[in-house]
Design a protein around this ligand. Structure first.
Ligand SMILES: Cc1cc2nc3c(=O)[nH]c(=O)nc-3n(C[C@H](O)[C@H](O)[C@H](O)COP(=O)(O)O)c2cc1C
Length: 175
């Protein structure tokens, strides 16, 4: 049974929900799991973990700078143990952009970093217009209109395929 650390970067909280589901699945399989914001994840936590997972959401095409910084700072520790990375974005709601081989944000991200995660995941996120300020809401509604997604002001949709989250948890537990 392993000690598994899940370090996350989120803006609106959906990545945390995915981390919690991973945690439940991994704990049910007998592992010990810590879910920690990436900004609060220190070297000792990595050293004390058998497996490390990083999860991060996309906002305006990018993962947060702290994700890049964390990976650059701790790459040797990451490489020294089983590790995984997953991204959360709404483009992934489209089946043809929903895998590590086809999600444009993940492909771009992997070109920008030196780390090669041993396991990769792509999860579709959530759209909840009531959470966003005027500018963000207007931008995202426009992007949704362009990409044939939901535009109603009261939209609150989770596009996440939870069965895929569970399958990813199994892969992480088996690493
Ligand atoms: C301001 C804003 C910008 C976003 N930009 C993108 C984007 O460029 N591409 C995309 O696929 N999803 C985009 N999203 C969707 C988020 O990735 C999605 O809501 C995700 O669930 C957010 O996860 P979080 O709650 O953990 O931050 C954006 C969402 C917001 C609110």
């Amino acid at each position: 049974m392993k000690r598994i650390l899940i370090a996350y970067s989120t803006t609106d909280g959906h990545t945390v929900k995915i981390c919690s589901r991973l945690q439940s699945a991994l704990e049910a399989a007998g592992h010990t799991v810590s879910v920690v914001p990436i900004a609060e994840t220190g070297r000792e936590m990595l050293e004390q973990s058998d497996t490390v997972v990083i999860g991060a959401s996309i906002r305006y095409g990018k993962h947060q700078p702290q994700v890049y910084e964390f990976i650059a700072e701790h790459q040797a520790l990451l490489d020294g143990r089983p590790n995984a990375f997953f991204t959360v974005n709404v483009v992934a709601r489209k089946p043809e952009k929903s895998t590590p081989e086809t999600n444009p944000y993940l492909l771009k991200f992997l070109k920008q970093i030196n780390w090669k995660p041993k396991q990769l995941g792509v999860f579709a996120g959530r759209i909840n217009y009531s959470l966003y300020g005027f500018l963000d809401r207007t931008m995202i509604r426009f992007i949704m209109w362009m990409t044939k997604g939901p535009t109603a002001a009261d939209t609150d949709i989770e596009f996440t395929d939870w069965a895929r989250v569970e399958a990813f948890a199994k892969q992480v537990g088996d690493m």
